[in-house]
Design a binder for this molecule. Structure first.
Ligand code: ADP
Length: 215
């Protein structure tokens, strides 16, 4: 299964991708995670991406396309993959199509997760995660059961993304509507788009995605 999860920042793409990894046994390819790893490692890609990401803008198509193309060539992607955060522009969508066609592959489905803007800003500006296992929490809606201790792994170190604040979030939302939302029409026209309501609980959204996948 070769899938794209598309939706604004905070829609729940990462959460749902994690559940799909378990259910489908295929890897999640998050360009945001790949770019953040490059920033932490201080690679040339990371150096180019750092300031752009902090401003809530998009890293250049050339850089992101190259990162994804290399990742798609890895053996674990042969059975399928879940793209999370890519493509984000029409140029990237075309590059993906070409990269897959070169391997004789094509996309199976594009799942769009929709959520109201006010909810997105609230979700993202309160978001933080465990520094050890990556479990995601929220300042008001989802705190660890024991304050300061991760429910999943017991760690007491937490981190917050540099771009998860109300101001940068507004810029990321604008970028989404301007650059990424045209992809909804693009994939709809190809007959690949399925729309899922992302306003429900995580389980409700998972169920809606399973249904869209015909499972
Ligand atoms: P979110 O979807 O919550 O905004 P991501 O982790 O997917 O977060 O992305 C964080 C940032 O990384 C983006 O705001 C952007 O700067 C950069 N980025 C991620 N994916 C891409 C992409 N496909 N093209 C360009 N920039 C990207």
């Amino acid at each position: 299964m070769k899938l794209i999860l598309i939706g604004p920042p905070g829609a729940g793409k990462g959460t749902q991708a994690e559940r799909l990894i378990q259910a489908l046994g295929i890897p999640q390819l998050s360009t945001g995670d790949m770019l953040r790893a490059a920033v932490t490692a201080g690679t040339p890609v990371g150096k180019a991406a750092d300031a752009v990401m902090k401003a809530g803008k998009l890293v250049s198509d050339d850089i992101v396309n190259a990162v994804v193309d290399e990742r798609l060539a890895a053996p674990d992607c042969a059975k399928g993959f879940i793209l999370d955060g890519y493509p984000r522009t029409l140029v990237q969508a075309d590059a993906l199509k070409a990269a897959m066609a070169a391997r004789g592959e094509s996309l199976d489905l594009v799942i769009e997760i929709t959520v109201d803007d006010a909810v997105l800003v609230d979700r993202v500006s309160g978001r933080y995660s465990c520094g050890s296992c990556g479990a995601v929490y929220h300042d008001t809606t989802h705190r660890p059961k024991v304050d300061g201790t991760c429910d999943r792994c017991g760690s007491s170190t937490f981190k917050r993304r540099a771009d998860d604040n109300a101001e940068t979030m507004r810029s990321r939302l604008m970028t989404y509507y301007r650059e990424t939302s045209p992809l909804i029409g693009y994939y709809h026209a190809l007959g690949l788009l399925r729309r899922v309501d992302g306003m429900g609980t995580m389980d409700e959204v998972s169920a809606a995605i399973s249904k869209a996948l015909g499972r």
